[in-house]
Design a protein around this ligand. Structure first.
Ligand SMILES: C[S@@+](CC[C@H](N)C(=O)[O-])C[C@H]1O[C@@H](n2cnc3c(N)ncnc32)[C@H](O)[C@@H]1O
Length: 221
């Protein structure tokens, strides 16, 4: 093994560092420019206001933003003082948050196939949900992806969400929403409706008081 002097090593590390810092990564996935094309500026500002108002009334704690995209709403939670983890299945979105929003921990996770426990006897590293323990989950403009794109029954999603958090901020995406209709593509989802979702969540969380549902206009949140 050739000997390398400390000076040579430092020169090597400096050049490696400058090479890494000079690397550029262009965001180009289907989702990384979603912010720019899906909502009008006013609708986006409205939605952010509603989300921020709800978050302001919650005790400071851990917020998990599922399907966070480039972290617009994660950031709204972080600047209020919550400890935010943003999750998205799209690599470029996660990369964007990591680079531009250092207040937020970003993880690449597919909610329909989350990271399992790994290592010796599956006990060295806990599964995604065992590690998370959020107080609040935000699930904004994601339901149709889970239930329609991924064919997950709505009551499974409701059960999952209500098992893992105390507070849930969820955007209900109706089947006649243009994006939902586009991905449904004439398929019929008779059990994708608000009643199924509410009753499934109430069953899994019997302690949840009636009337705590605060349904916002689907257009504005
Ligand atoms: C319609 S955008 C919503 C973004 C943001 N939550 C909002 O309200 O504007 C949906 C996001 O969910 C992500 N997504 C879709 N399916 C997912 C899944 N199974 N697990 C995690 N993220 C997913 C997409 O990559 C995309 O960034």
């Amino acid at each position: 093994m050739p000997k390398i002097s400390q000076r040579q090593l430092l020169i090597f590390l400096a050049s490696l560092k400058s090479y890494v810092l000079s690397m550029r990564y262009d965001l180009k996935s289907a989702w990384s420019n979603y912010d720019d094309c899906s909502y009008s500026v006013a609708a986006r500002a409205d939605k952010r206001l509603v989300v921020a108002q709800i978050l302001q009334h919650l005790p400071y704690g851990k917020v998990l933003d599922l399907g966070a995209n480039t972290g617009h709403y994660s950031f709204a939670a972080a600047i209020i003082g919550h400890d935010v983890t943003a999750v998205d299945s799209d690599h470029d979105c996660v990369q964007y948050i990591t680079t531009h929003k250092p207040l937020i921990q970003a993880l690449k996770v597919n909610v329909c196939n989350p990271t399992p426990a790994i290592g010796w006897n599956n006990t060295e590293r806990k599964s995604f949900w065992e590690r998370c323990n959020p107080d609040t989950i935000m699930c904004l403009a994601l339901l149709h992806h889970l239930c329609i794109s991924n064919n997950t029954p709505l009551d499974y999603v409701a059960k999952l969400l209500s098992e893992h958090c105390e507070h849930l901020i969820i955007e209900w995406v109706p089947l006649d929403d243009p994006k939902a209709a586009a991905i449904a593509f004439n398929r019929i989802f008779p059990r994708y409706n608000l009643d199924v979702f509410k009753s499934a969540s109430a069953i899994t969380s019997p302690s949840r008081k009636k009337g705590r549902w605060q349904i916002q206009n689907a257009q504005s949140i």
